[in-house]
Every structure is written in structure tokens, then in C-alpha cells.
Design a protein around this ligand. Structure first.
Ligand SMILES: CSCC[C@H](NC=O)C(=O)N[C@@H](CO)C(=O)O
Length: 667
């Protein structure tokens, strides 16, 4: 059949044409913004990162690093004359590059054996600090016989004594520790500054005199068993002496020294072993004395902190009701919101997020955009906003996207307001009811909001309305709301989700006989929990779920965290809680046809969780299918455009199979 015209709806193939702006770095004088552009590439089936410069007056764009390889982390020298970045332009390991802006010359500064990260210019622009993993020795035990010359033997045994021996996105970890280095900014030999069997973590922040670098880490022998702990340390650049600046029980991370050197700002909280804590902005004097919290009254979590040029305030980003905002926090603790509507770089689901930077005069560069398009670069000067890039107008300008509307319902459990966003099928006519997909976020401490989502747009283009709900436990509504699921997840969040579904039915958008449910990770837990509790949904698709908390606590890459923060006991100490909160405990109730889907290299909610559920459903005679996404990690389930499109297509095919089935087949 020949197409009669251009495809007006969003399609899976469109994923290859999407572009999203990230990591906007405004130059100190505010004249230009360097940013990372992530673009779909149909030949490599990846999102490729390039660095572009956009002029804040003319909006003219210039490529900084856009050739072969990946390019990211642009960072201005303090005087704005140079731009450092990390790139694999020359193949092999990523390296630090510097571009001289006036001449346009870019040079590779380093020749490192391993990938650098957390690059930070010294205040006088003469040096660049960075962190890098230095491999350590594997724990040895016994030995293989000697191999004859020329023999090709199997790999040696992999022996570990580490707690963190696996990590999502990396697989089984090679032993080693993050160390801090410094390299001359005009080339030369890098020097290692930190040593020892501890991770010395970024981001890094220099003191204005260039004598010390602040970093965070847990330099105590018990660091492996305390996954959230961290302190701020000062590292002497000459002697490598390390001085702790904080010492409380709880994370102290992301230190930033004020431009005048008088204060330190950082993020952290008192560890109470609760599922959720607001991350608070702290400041102290430069020696760590006089510590105080500046955002205690906000009751929101702070994501990023950047000092104002005059050292009198800190700009922070935070999530509020599913939206990401920037506020200016003065040293006296007054908080003024200065930008709203930030959007992050994740494309598949509408998670809150976004990034920003600040010029000397307070002009902000943010990543932002409507819910129907990925993030662009927007300049914010006082109340003026100007969109500098239009990365997707060429593609989405010719498409009819699903409109996104904010909804609110009272929970049937306790009357609390539950916020959600409804993506309507393109061309929706008022009064028309649609089949509804409830799409549940993970975390579980995370938030959806009015943000772009390829999954939701693909479902909407297929004629479904899609509901993205923030049930209790969601972030961006304060500590009390998030901790309503402390040691009680899944639980009453179920009622919030069902209330939101009933809200859109009552509002006339959804067909009550055509309900479907899906969700990933924490959202997969809730999807499986829902089908264990109700038969109201015609079909379900549980993505990368936890099914059995005992195995999750022992096999995932966050074992100690799950046990200590989400249960407060080890599995064998409180098997009753672990079992009663496991969706596997309800599998005998399930009648809803349920698709199970997981990334083949998921280390966060391991493949074995999905496999347990699939087999349990088969044993119970429930219609099911297991899909593994080859090579995909937990965080990277939708990283390859072809797999992301195919995943949405498989879920739609599963739902379509039951969408039009006569009711008696469903009974
Ligand atoms: C329920 S166990 C771990 C869940 C995981 N949390 C952190 O990694 C999760 O829910 N991830 C979410 C949000 O990041 C996801 O959608 O993958």
C-alpha cells in the first residue's frame, strides 16, 4: 500500500530523528552557551553526543566537537577564553580536550589509560583537575597451572571480596578506586593527588587560591556497608594531605567553594535510614565551621548548587509538583524561584529533571521545553525567556503530538490530592473516551511531570490515552508525602493509582472497559502488585520489576540500601515483610494477561526478577510472554532507539491483543 502523504503521527522510526539538549554551560560573560546535543543515529542505533555553541544574541550555532566519537562535559575556563571537554574524538579511551575560543584550535590535553570525569578548572585557568578510576588488584585465591607457551586458555578466575562487585550499566566491576588528578591546562604531565583504597568522588571544586580541591567520599573502613554515607574533604594540591570538613551521619556531597573563598556550599541530609530524605543545601565557612542548612523551609530536594558570582547566594535546582525549577537562595536563607519548566534529557518516560548554569550577571541557561518536545536551550534573564535552540522543529513541527493535560484526584484511601498528567491521542475530540494506559513511574522515590515521553507519545499515537501519576512516595511533594511508603511499598500507593484512573474515567476521557497498565522498575513492582489485587485491567506489561524482595536484596547492585532503608531488617530477620510486599506473594490471584519485559543486562532489578514472575505466571496458567532486551541495562532499557521503539511496539501489540477481545474471553 502506498502512503498517501507524510506520516503526521509520531512513530517508532522518529526516535532516530530526535535531538535533545543537555548540560548547558553559559560563558562567564553570558554571550554564549556551550551544550551537549544528543542526536539519534540510525546507522549506529544510538544517541550520539556532540558539543555545540549557541550565541545568546543571534541564536547562531557553531559546532565545537561534532565529528566521530562522543563529546560531552563542556566546561568554560574562568575567563571564558577556553572550553575544556571530554571526548573520544581520537578513538579509544575518552580524553580531556581544550579549545581556544578565539583561534578555534582544539587540542587533546591528556593521554590517559582510563576515562576521566568531573573536570574542573583551577581558578587561575592554569590547571584542570579530574577524577579517574585506577584499577586495583583482584582478590587472589589459589592459582591455575602454568600455561604452555602459545596456549589459549580461558580467562582466569574472577575472585571478589567486594560488596559492590556489580553495577547497572557496567556489569561486573573491575576492582579499583577513583582518584583525583591535575594536569596543566596547556598540556603536560598529569599528577595523581589522592591515593589509597577509597573512592575520591567528584564533582571537584577548587579553592580560589588554587591550593586545595574539595571532593566528597567515605574514607572510613566501613564504606562498603554504608551506601549513602559521605563527607566533604579538602585535598591539598601540593602535599596531598586530606582534611575532613564535615563529619555527620549522612551524606555530605557535591561541595562548591564560593568565588570569594569564604564559604562552602554542599548537599546532604541527616541519615535516619528512611526511604526518602530531602537533600538539603548546606553552607559553612571555608574551614567547615559554622555549618547551617539554607533550604530547610523549602521541603524539597536540591539537585544542583551553583554560587552567584558575588558569593552572596547559591542557585539551586529542585523538583516541585513534578516540575523542575531553579531558585536563588541567599546566605540568609531567603528563597526566590528564578526559572521554571526545566526538562531533562531522558526521553522514554516523563521523569522530572533538567540542568542549568549561571553567567556572572545572573543570566541562566536552562534545558527546557513543552511536554510535546524534547528539551532545548532556553535563556532566562529576569522575567525574560528566550528559546535559543529549536532542535526538533524540523521533525515535530510536522507532526500532531498527543496533548498533555494536568489532572488531580483525591485518593480514595485518605483524600490526599494525587496529581497526574494525561496524554491524549492526537486529534482528541472533547467528550471522546479512549482506551487508557496507566503508566507508572519507578524509583519509587521519583516523580513524573509535564515532560516529553516517547513511550507516552507512541501509545497516544496508537489511540490510547496515557496516565502518568504521582502516587504517594513520589518526590517533589515533600518529605511527608514521600515517606508515606516508608517500609510500606508497595501499599497504599495502589489506591492513589486506582483513584487517578477513576478520576479520568469520571472526567470522561477513559473507557472503563478498556483499561491497561504498565510501568518500569518501581513501576513494574506496582504493575505486578495491581494485577495481584484487581482484575479491572484488560492486560498488563510489567517492565524490569522487582518480584521477590529477598532475591532483590541479595542479587541487585543496591543490596545494602534495599535491606537497610526499604526494610530496616535483613531478609532472614523479617521474612514476613519481605514476602508480603513481594508481588510474587499475589501471583496466585493474577488473571490479567501480563507481559514481562526486562533488559538482558539489568543489574538493578536483575533479569532473574522478571524470570521468576514469568515462570510463576506460566505455572498459574496466566497468559504471559517474556521479553529480554539484549544488552540493555536497567538505566539503558530505552537507550538504543530501535529497542525503545520495539519495546513500545511490543507493549502496544500485547494490549491490542486484548483491547478488542470480547468480554467473555476476558472472564
Ligand atoms: C524497586 S528497586 C530499584 C528501582 C529503581 N530505583 C533506582 O534505581 C527504579 O525504580 N528506577 C526507575 C527510576 O530511576 C526507572 O524507571 O528505571
Amino acid at each position: 500500500i502506498q502512503a498517501t502523504g507524510p506520516e503526521r503521527h509520531f512513530t517508532g522510526a522518529d526516535l532516530f530523528s530526535l535531538e535533545v539538549a543537555a548540560d548547558p554551560q553559559i560563558s562567564p560573560d553570558g554571550s554564549q552557551v556551550a551544550y551537549v546535543r544528543r542526536s539519534g543515529d540510525i546507522m549506529t542505533d544510538q544517541f550520539r553526543s556532540t558539543i555545540w555553541l549557541v550565541d545568546t544574541r543571534s541564536s547562531e550555532q557553531t559546532p565545537i566537537a561534532a565529528g566521530p566519537g562522543g563529546h560531552f562535559s563542556p566546561r568554560w575556563s574562568p575567563d571564558g577564553s577556553r572550553l575544556a571537554y571530554i571526548s573520544s574524538a581520537e578513538g579509544g579511551t575518552t580524553q580531556i580536550f581544550v579549545r581556544w575560543m578565539e583561534s578555534g584550535e582544539a587540542v587533546r590535553l591528556t593521554n590517559l589509560p582510563y576515562a576521566p570525569g568531573s573536570i574542573a578548572w583551577s581558578p587561575d585557568g592554569t590547571r584542570i583537575a579530574y577524577s579517574m578510576l585506577i584499577p586495583g588488584e583482584s582478590a587472589g585465591l589459589g592459582s591455575a597451572p602454568d600455561a604452555p607457551e602459545g596456549a589459549e586458555w580461558a580467562d582466569p578466575l574472577d575472585v571478589t571480596t567486594a560488596v559492590g562487585y556489580r553495577a547497572d550499566g557496567q556489569g561486573y566491576l573491575r576492582p579499583g578506586f577513583n582518584q583525583i588528578f591535575v594536569v596543566p591546562a596547556d598540556g603536560g604531565t598529569a599528577r595523581q593527588l589522592s591515593f589509597g583504597d577509597y573512592h575520591h568522588g567528584g564533582p571537584l571544586s577548587w579553592t580560589p587560591d588554587g591550593r586545595a580541591i574539595l571532593f566528597s567520599g567515605d574514607l572510613t573502613p566501613d564504606w562498603e556497608m554504608d551506601p549513602v554515607e559521605g563527607e566533604i574533604y579538602s585535598l591539598d594540591v601540593t602535599t596531598s594531605a586530606i582534611t575532613p570538613l564535615t563529619d555527620r551521619n549522612g551524606p555530605d556531597v557535591n561541595p562548591v567553594v564560593s568565588p570569594d573563598g569564604r564559604h562552602i556550599a554542599w548537599l546532604g541530609f541527616d541519615d535516619q535510614r528512611r526511604g526518602y530524605e530531602n537533600v538539603l543545601l548546606h553552607v559553612s565557612d571555608s574551614d567547615g565551621s559554622n555549618q547551617r542548612v539554607l533550604t530547610g523551609a523549602l521541603d524539597r530536594s536540591i539537585n544542583t548548587a551553583i554560587w552567584s558570582a558575588n558569593s552572596r547566594a547559591v542557585y539551586v535546582s529542585y523538583d516541585d509538583h513534578g516540575q523542575t525549577k531553579v531558585a536563588r537562595v541567599s546566605l540568609s536563607g531567603s528563597i526566590t524561584t528564578v526559572a521554571e519548566g526545566l526538562n531533562g534529557a531522558s526521553l522514554d518516560r516523563p521523569y522530572s529533571g533538567g540542568s542549568f548554569s549561571v553567567a556572572r550577571d545572573g543570566t541562566l541557561a536552562i534545558t527546557s521545553g513543552p511536554a510535546t518536545s524534547p528539551a532545548d536551550i532556553v535563556l532566562v534573564r529576569g522575567s525574560n525567556r528566550r528559546q535559543l535552540t529549536h532542535l526538533n522543529d524540523d521533525l515535530l513541527g510536522h507532526k500532531v503530538m498527543g496533548e498533555v493535560r494536568r489532572m488531580e484526584t483525591a485518593s480514595t484511601f485518605d483524600g490526599r490530592p494525587i496529581e497526574s498528567w494525561l496524554t491524549l491521542p492526537p486529534g482528541h475530540v472533547e467528550g471522546q473516551r479512549h482506551p487508557l494506559i496507566l503508566e507508572i513511574h519507578g524509583g519509587p522515590f521519583a516523580a513524573y511531570g509535564p515532560h516529553f515521553s516517547t513511550d507516552n507519545q507512541l501509545y497516544a499515537a496508537a489511540g490510547y490515552a496515557v496516565l502518568s501519576v504521582n502516587p504517594r512516595g513520589s518526590t517533589s511533594y515533600g518529605t511527608e508525602f514521600a515517606n508515606l511508603i516508608h517500609h510500606a511499598y508497595p501499599g497504599n500507593d495502589y489506591h492513589d493509582l486506582m483513584s487517578a484512573v477513576d478520576g479520568v474515567i469520571a472526567a470522561g476521557f477513559a473507557d472503563p472497559d478498556q483499561l491497561f497498565v504498565t510501568g518500569g522498575s518501581g513501576g513494574g513492582v506496582l504493575t505486578s502488585w495491581i494485577v495481584g489485587n484487581t482484575n479491572r485491567f484488560r492486560a498488563a506489561a510489567t517492565q524490569k520489576p522487582v518480584i521477590n524482595w529477598t532475591t532483590q536484596a541479595l542479587i541487585s547492585d543496591i543490596p545494602v540500601f534495599v535491606a537497610n532503608y526499604w526494610f530496616g531488617a535483613l531478609p532472614w530477620e523479617d521474612q514476613q515483610s519481605y514476602w508480603s510486599r513481594s508481588p510474587l506473594s499475589l501471583v496466585g490471584n493474577v488473571e490479567t494477561p501480563t507481559l514481562v519485559l526486562v533488559g538482558g543486562e539489568d543489574e538493578r532489578t536483575p533479569v532473574s526478577e522478571a524470570e521468576q514472575y514469568y515462570m510463576a505466571l506460566r505455572m498459574e496458567g496466566v497468559p504471559t510472554t517474556l521479553i529480554r532486551v539484549p544488552g540493555a541495562s536497567h538505566g539503558g532499557l530505552a537507550a538504543r532507539p530501535s529497542q525503545s521503539a520495539a519495546k513500545a511496539s511490543a507493549i502496544l501489540a500485547w494490549f491490542d491483543r486484548y483491547r478488542n477481545a470480547p468480554n467473555d474471553i476476558m472472564e
